[in-house]
Ligand binder design. Structure first.
Ligand SMILES: Nc1ncnc2c1ncn2[C@@H]1O[C@H](COP(=O)(O)OP(=O)(O)OP(=O)(O)O)[C@@H](O)[C@H]1O
Length: 601
């Protein structure tokens, strides 16, 4: 019921004019068949008078009948067009609401939850289809109702037995259609995660980033096979449901034919006994056929709308939730002041899932305002996880992350993130033009080329971008063309990393700079230059930098060493070297590597 109300509200918001026009035409369209059938009855009554028939009257009635048919056709086409208009409008409003809601998620945990992803997929499908199915159903019902009431009046007046016969046959059909709708919805839900798997393989087979490994490792056939097997399984589920529906519906049409036959027998007996005229029989047969098709139209629409509404429940529970989605975090309301003292991790315990292993186990340290902090640790130690907690992509299960002593959970998260600049380990390469790829870092400056150039200069990528065919207006994509249908350009991995760095540096007033492996793909000289620039930029603001290149961290004010989610050492480079622990071991390992290489050369 709630789903139906939401769907109707969407349809109303989508296109009020179309909805009103549909309502008016539906009622008018419902009355036309009754008028047409009545005109046919009059015509046959007139003709059955043989020689005494009034030719003019018969002609007039024939014209009226033709007009009713023509009008019925025109109304049908107009309704078809209006429904297309309404569907497009509903799709827009429903999509807008859905993606607003998706954007409102503060963190990223829901996106890593498979059942949430299934629900999202179903909601995306149902958003466009369900309100339309409901509208079609409402239209068919109103249309059917008007003609059913008209014809039923006629039928009951002429021969009540047949009227009751029809109504009695409609009831079991209702029950069967509702059951079928439930089964179809269940099948779609069951097939969704399999369809998602198929889609994943489908994307892999065509994605330009996957194309190299696919060819080098010869994975094409393997992935194609897995895609087809997923498709076969999903199709199997849907076909089974389809088979059940088809069998039940064939049974229903046989039952309808029997009802029609029984009605005809009653009518023929009426004529033979002289109780009915030929016109009565024509009217009667027309009424029977229309009533039956009207009723079964409503019934089968009921099936579709039942399936659609059940799936639409996923949309409703996502867009208008009664309870938060799994892993959903609430936004805070407190405004965010510039960072004065620092960002503090206070006995932070974290794991990605409630029954998963602990990734951080009682981590505590402070990145003081105006100071630089380096994070060191072997693969999987928990460094990127800490960075994600600092950005509030997740919340700690125990302990707190504090911005000048205030729990991040209390702060307005958008305002908090405006005070941060970040480069992530798995940074994004957008299929957009070069200036936008940097301008996305601060939407105030999306079109501010001088600022974008300055940021690119700091990240040492300005010259390479200037040399592109259309300089900063060049599309950085091999998959999409720009507005003028010109092909894009490709950047190297290191150049992309510099673009990502420039994007984060555009936010020049950020209080906290988060750099997760910002120089990992850079050549030695560029890494050295960028490290220098970053060191310069870090002055006066807090920075948290993760790097396996320990030389890039040696000038940090403080270095924290993580191991298995626990801080095992902290201090500046000299102190840690004197300590002779894990940091010193890793540092000497890297230094010895270079030393060996020099001696060897
Ligand atoms: N989204 C996630 N869901 C579940 N587990 C995760 C997720 N991201 C990371 N992990 C797990 O958390 C642990 C720490 O990962 P994290 O990325 O923080 O390590 P790291 O120290 O940054 O490693 P690296 O040096 O390889 O980047 C790993 O064991 C990893 O498997």
């Amino acid at each position: 019921m709630r789903a139906a109300l939401v769907a109707l509200r969407l349809a109303w918001r989508g296109h009020k004019g179309a909805l009103l026009a549909i309502s008016v035409l539906t009622v008018a369209g419902g009355m036309l068949p009754v008028a047409g059938a009545w005109a046919s009855k009059l015509l046959f009554d007139e003709l059955s008078r043989g020689q005494q028939a009034d030719g003019e009257r018969a002609l007039l009635v024939a014209v009226a009948s033709a007009v009713a048919v023509a009008l019925g056709g025109a109304v049908g086409y107009a309704l078809g067009h209006l429904m297309t208009v309404a569907q497009a409008a509903i799709g827009l409003v429903a999509g807008d609401d859905l993606y607003r809601r998706v954007n409102s998620f503060v963190g990223i945990a829901p996106f890593e939850n498979p059942s949430f992803r299934d629900r999202l997929e179903l909601a995306q499908q149902a958003a466009e289809q369900a309100p339309f199915a409901l509208l079609t159903f409402a239209m068919a019902t109103a249309h059917g109702f008007v003609s059913v009431v008209g014809f039923a009046g006629v039928l009951f007046a002429v021969e009540p037995t047949v009227g009751w016969l029809l109504l009695a046959a409609a009831l079991p059909e209702l029950v069967i259609q509702v059951g079928l709708a439930r089964q179809r919805a269940r099948a779609t839900e069951e097939a969704t995660s399999i369809f998602r798997t198929r889609y994943m393989f489908q994307v892999l087979l065509t994605d330009v980033r996957a194309a190299r490994e696919l060819r080098l490792f010869g994975l094409g056939d393997l992935f194609r096979g897995r895609m087809l097997s997923a498709l076969r399984r999903a199709n199997g589920i849907e076909l089974r449901a389809g088979r059940r529906t088809a069998t039940a519906q064939s049974g229903l049409s046989v039952a309808s034919a029997l009802v029609l036959l029984a009605g005809t027998v009653v009518a023929v007996r009426g004529v033979l006994r002289g109780e009915l005229t030929l016109g009565d029989v024509v009217l009667y047969l027309g009424a029977m056929a229309s009533l039956q098709s009207g009723l079964s139209g409503i019934m089968s629409q009921l099936g579709d709308v039942g399936t659609g509404m059940r799936l639409f429940g996923n949309y409703v529970s996502l867009v208008h939730p009664r309870e938060p989605s799994p892993g959903e975090q609430a936004d805070g309301a407190r405004p965010v002041e510039p960072l004065h003292t620092g960002l503090t991790f206070e006995d932070v315990w974290f794991r990605y899932t409630p029954d998963g292993p602990w990734i951080l186990r009682g981590v505590s340290f402070t990145v003081a305002a105006g100071s630089s902090m380096g994070l060191v640790g072997v693969n999987g130690a928990g460094k990127s996880t800490l960075v994600k907690l600092a950005c509030r992509f997740y919340d700690p299960e125990r302990g707190r992350v504090l911005w000048d002593g205030v729990d991040l959970r209390e702060l307005d998260v958008a305002a908090l993130r405006r005070r941060m600049g970040a480069v992530f380990q798995d940074f994004m390469a957008y299929d957009l033009i070069a200036s936008e790829n940097i301008g996305l870092g601060d939407l105030r400056y999306l079109d501010d080329l001088p600022r974008i150039r300055t940021a690119a200069g700091l990240a040492r990528i300005d010259e390479a971008l200037e040399r592109l065919p259309k300089a900063y207006r060049t599309m950085l994509s091999r998959s999409f063309q720009d507005d003028e249908a010109d092909d894009g350009a490709a950047l190297s991995g290191g150049q992309w990393q510099r673009v990502a760095l420039a994007r984060s540096l555009l936010r020049e007033d950020a209080d906290l700079l988060i750099l997760d492996e910002p120089t990992a793909s850079l050549d030695a000289e560029a890494a050295q230059q960028v490290s220098e620039v970053l060191r310069h930029l870090r002055r006066g603001r807090a920075s948290l930098m993760v790097s396996h290149r320990l030389s890039a961290l040696r000038r940090c004010d403080e270095i924290v060493v993580l191991d298995g989610g626990v801080v095992i050492e902290n201090g500046d480079h000299d102190a840690l070297m004197t300590l002779g622990g894990e940091y010193a071991r890793l540092f000497e390992l890297q230094a010895a590597d270079y030393q060996d290489a020099r001696v060897g050369s």
